[in-house]
Ligand binder design. Structure first.
Ligand code: IPD
Length: 275
């Protein structure tokens, strides 16, 4: 029998695929209308806005009582409110800087939270046809195939995702440098896609073992959280405690033990909670 969540999922997947066509159409050899947000490397394009618009219009027409948290609506002044009501959390293009540069690692990230917990997560990179999906309790999938985290438990053998972020604040840059310097002396390697959601997807896939970032927003991590945890991984605060989705701090890992080891080696950073 089809549940309400199954039908939300089918609808969400179909609108994400439609939005993916917009990205494909606009990504290559097109002049993009780009605006800066908080600084010169925090960007928004007309395509980000068009996709967010498409997702909100389609889903709110279908589900008039559902709520929305969307990156670009918040940038335009909408208040972030996560209540018990079904709430769609949208990053229309995660990896906007990549999109602007035609570097093919950007994605649509869409999650549905019910009672403040994730029920659906969808991450879709249309350029490379990478689709990561999860429904609560049903596992995580990459292009329809079930995926699992690596289960790596040893930091010395781990491949770690990290990001430079979209802030040029000196204390933030110093923190990125410090953690990079510490970790390259310990781990197997460090990687970065330029998209928080795709980094989380790499952990879910088992291609990377952990990812941390100071400075993410709820829309960057909402879909990835469910995809990682349904793939058997963990999400936590980079200090080792429980994740606070509004703290702009996150760590995902293939095992709790790896997450704890990574956390113990990080210099902490506490971004301004602008949400
Ligand atoms: C950003 C990207 C970037 C990460 C930032 C995010 P956006 O999202 O995911 O990799 O470092 O923290 O804000 O602005 O491209 O949607």
């Amino acid at each position: 029998m089809t549940s309400a969540i199954d039908s939300y999922y089918e609808k969400a997947l179909s609108v994400v695929k439609e939005a993916g066509k917009v990205i494909k159409n606009e990504q290559y050899n097109k002049t993009k209308a780009v605006d800066r947000k908080s600084c010169d490397i925090d960007l928004v394009t007309e395509t980000d806005k068009a996709i967010e618009d498409l997702l909100i219009k389609t889903l709110s027409k279908e589900y008039p009582d559902h709520k929305f948290i969307g990156e670009e609506s918040v940038a335009d002044g909408k208040k972030v409110e996560l209540t018990e009501a079904p709430t769609w959390i949208i990053d229309p293009i995660d990896g906007t800087l990549n999109f602007v540069h035609e570097f093919p690692h950007s994605c649509i990230s869409l999650a549905l939270f019910i009672n403040k917990e994730p029920s659906i997560g969808i991450i879709y990179n249309p350029s490379l046809e990478q689709l990561f999906t999860a429904q609560k309790g049903k596992g995580a999938f990459y292009n329809g195939n079930k995926i699992e985290v690596s289960k790596q438990c040893d930091l010395k053998k781990a491949l770690i995702m990290y990001e430079l972020g979209t802030s040029r604040d000196h204390s933030k840059i110093d923190n990125v440098k410090k953690n990079f310097e510490t970790l390259i002396g310990i781990v197997h390697g460090m990687r970065s896609t330029g998209s928080a959601a795709l980094n989380m997807a790499m952990v879910a896939l088992g291609g990377a073992d952990a990812y941390f970032e100071f400075g993410t927003h709820i829309w960057d991590i909402a879909a990835g959280e469910l995809i990682v945890t349904e793939a058997g991984g963990v999400i936590m605060d980079p200090s080792g405690g429980t994740i606070d989705r509004f703290s702009r701090r996150m760590l995902v890992a293939s095992s709790k033990s790896l997450g704890d080891q990574l956390s113990a080696n990080l210099t902490q950073f506490y971004p301004e909670p602008v949400d």
